[in-house]
Design a protein around this ligand. Sequence first.
Ligand SMILES: [Zn+2]
Length: 214
Amino acid sequence: MAKAILLTAADCLAHIGNPINEKGMTLWDVPPALEIGVIPKRVYCHQALVGPLAKAFSALIQSGEVQFLKTWDGCFNIRTSKGGSSPSLHSWGLAVDVNAAWNQFGKPPNLRPQFVKCFTDAGFDWGGTWSTPDGMHFQLKQSLFAAGSGAAAEIATLAKDVATHTPNPTLAAALALTDAAVRLLATLDRPSNTIQAATRSIAAAAEQLRAENG
Ligand SMILES: [Zn+2]
């Protein structure tokens, strides 16, 4: 199996910026159906983590592995990475720690493979496989981050384009923006209410445009 490219602090600095600005962070209100065991009621994390986390929590519950989730040890924390000098992905709310007491940095990890799979299938890389293991640590896959930030950048460019045509944006620009928004949505498995609502209103506006322009 090809070695996965990990998401790095450099990627985050380039696409999100200085973590002190807390750009893209959201207080995710975890749906009641997912509040099982020690799964928290609210998670302050990057918007991009909401979908994968919801998927992981759902998988833990459905598989029964949630009983092995002993402690939730946090997400957002501006600090350097353990055993390194660059910022940790926790600085951007793109990583979570679980069962920390039994999975300390540099020690052999102690998590069931089925448990780990709930996270890795949901879009996380696991620190437990690293040369210096970080068994408690799960972070967003680089591929998901790249897809999301690529689509977001495209939307930003298109939105600027539409704005420069205001008050008469071209139908083509508006529809391109809609298509980009829909693609962005596809990268977020379980988008937050805010994104869902925004996408619905963009889709409704596009429908209206299509209707008005035949
Ligand atoms: Zn961590």
